[in-house]
Design a protein around this ligand. Structure first.
Ligand SMILES: [Zn+2]
Ligand SMILES: [Zn+2]
Length: 162
């Protein structure tokens, strides 16, 4: 489901280092943070903070919940990660080096489906133009039921009728 990567001039680690150094009170780039960034950018997916805490533990990258939450916020501010708010859960995904795409979110199994549609991109460009609005980013999430969950629901309804 991954889209081809977009060419970027810096590695995510370099970009994050630069962001931390550019802060009013320059922040230290810890080895733990670097390990986190390398791990997060080793593959594209959608994850929430708790899932990341779990995967880091499995990878032997010890990081407390507090550190993970704090670092995720900084990575969003640095333009490396994008936040996808789907109700009580908040997902994160690569923004840096990954092409613009939209999402369908299954409220039953929490699957996040990515898609690209030039017509949507064009509509956003048009509407921004009409409002003389300079868009920096957008998040477009369609919530509902994925094909599998929908099939399961329809089947269940049929069985209930028998
Ligand atoms: Zn589903
Ligand atoms: Zn995505």
């Amino acid at each position: 489901m991954d889209f081809p990567a977009v060419q970027v001039s810096q590695s995510p680690e370099e970009k994050f280092r630069e962001y931390l150094a550019s802060q009013p009170r320059a922040q230290r780039y810890t080895n733990q943070q670097r390990d986190m960034v390398v791990y997060i950018f080793s593959r594209h997916n959608h994850f929430d903070a708790d899932q990341l805490v779990e995967s880091l533990k499995n990878e032997n990258i010890p990081a407390s919940r507090a550190t993970v939450y704090r670092t995720l916020k900084k990575l969003v501010r640095a333009g490396l990660l994008r936040e996808l708010d789907v109700g009580p859960r908040k997902f994160y995904e690569h923004d840096y080096g990954y092409p613009q795409h939209e999402h369908m979110y299954c409220q039953q199994c929490h699957t996040m489906i990515e898609f690209q549609d030039p017509a949507i991109e064009e509509a956003i460009r048009d509407v921004c133009g009409q409002h003389h609005f300079q868009a920096a980013s957008h998040t477009f999430i369609i919530r509902g039921l994925c094909a599998d969950c929908n099939r399961a629901k329809v089947t269940k309804r049929r069985l209930d009728l028998v």
